[in-house]
Design a protein around this ligand. Structure first.
Ligand code: NAP
Length: 305
């Protein structure tokens, strides 16, 4: 089995940054990702708060990070980690993937998260037929068409602006009467004249071959309304990927996020965690900072072990 000092699970912004830092320490390192580097980060249409860039898409920034990471660290894309087993050997962890097995002295969990689903009637049936969780991937198909964007956070507002800019007729649907998104994004929604339906939830998604309408329920009055649409984009937050953390006995908080200290250490020795799978602010710049801290912590712990 190949042996490593640090294995990083997940090649999002945090995992790639950890790889860059790990490589420059002179340790032997590997990043594993079940898909392509970037994960959900590739879907971000544009960012205006990543330092150094006035405006950059998730895809473009990930491509830059990836090319920097692979100069410093081995990266295996499309290799899914199925199991991590803790042992009492010098190489404390056996990592089993769908392609291979590896030994490592330390583990950095950068496993990220996936889209939360509405669990509305018809959502599953019309996935890819008018139901989407990715404006960047599918927005193009809805130019000149009527769509709703469900959600009231930064992602929903940012993606509504992106879809509006592409030429879709967007209506934002939010379950409360105020958004949780940053004021800056709320102002842009007003400036662009994007229609908003407050206090409404999606009860059902209907259609024949493709989505044709949604049934909205007014949360104040309970009144149901049938709204004709061609597409529904859902952006209502994320579910952290904590299966591997649970296997290792890592402590999670009540919302299922990994609890870490200031050095990105979990409660299990030589296991660190970074990015959206952890408690804390979900921002690229934070995930990158955490990646740098985790790789440095692992390095110091290896030196002192
Ligand atoms: P989020 O902040 O968790 O917001 C989720 C939104 O979906 C909330 O408005 C929530 O409503 C709504 N929601 C949740 N479950 C729902 C359901 N079952 N039915 C209807 N609505 C539901 O998620 P996010 O916007 O994806 O953002 C995730 C994280 O990434 C956040 O920390 C965010 O700050 C960060 N982010 C930052 C930026 C940026 O800095 N520009 C951009 C994107 C994301 P309530 O408000 O009523 O709870």
């Amino acid at each position: 089995m190949e042996k490593y000092d640090i294995i990083i699970v997940g090649a999002g912004p945090g995992g790639l940054t950890a790889g860059i830092y790990a490589g420059r320490q002179g340790t032997r390192n590997l990043i594993l990702d079940k898909g392509f580097a970037g994960g959900l980060g590739r879907e971000v249409p544009e960012m205006e708060n990543y330092p150094g860039f006035d405006n950059i898409s998730g895809m473009e920034l990930i491509d830059k990070m990836k090319s920097q990471a692979i100069k410093n660290c081995e990266l295996h894309e499309n290799e899914n980690v199925l199991e991590i087993i803790k042992t009492d050997d010098e190489y404390r962890f056996t990592i089993k993937t769908d392609k291979n097995s590896y030994l490592s002295k330390t583990i950095i969990l950068a496993t990220g998260s996936s889209h939360r689903q509405l669990n509305a009637k018809g959502e599953e049936e019309f996935k890819g037929k008018g139901v989407s969780y990715c404006a960047t991937c599918d927005g193009f198909f809805f130019q000149g068409r009527d769509i709703i964007m469900v959600g009231g956070g930064n992602s929903a507002l940012q993606e509504a602006l992106y879809l509006d800019n592409l030429g879709a007729n967007v209506t934002l649907v939010h379950r409360r009467d105020e958004f949780r998104a940053q004021k800056h994004l709320q102002n842009q929604i007003k400036e662009e004249g994007i229609n908003v339906i407050y206090n409404a939830v999606v009860e059902e998604i209907k259609g024949d071959m493709l989505v044709e309408s949604v049934v909205l329920k007014d949360t104040q009055t309970g009144v149901l309304t049938d709204l004709p649409i061609n597409g529904i984009f859902i952006s209502i937050g994320y579910i952290p990927h904590t299966e591997l953390a649970k296997q290792l006995g890592v402590n999670l908080d009540e919302s299922d996020h990994i609890i870490i200290d200031k050095e990105q250490k979990t409660n299990i020795d030589y296991v660190y965690a970074i990015g959206d799978v952890c408690v804390g602010l979900k921002q690229w710049v934070v995930a990158c900072g955490e990646g740098a801290v985790a790789a440095t912590s692992a390095y110091h712990d290896l030196k002192n072990s």
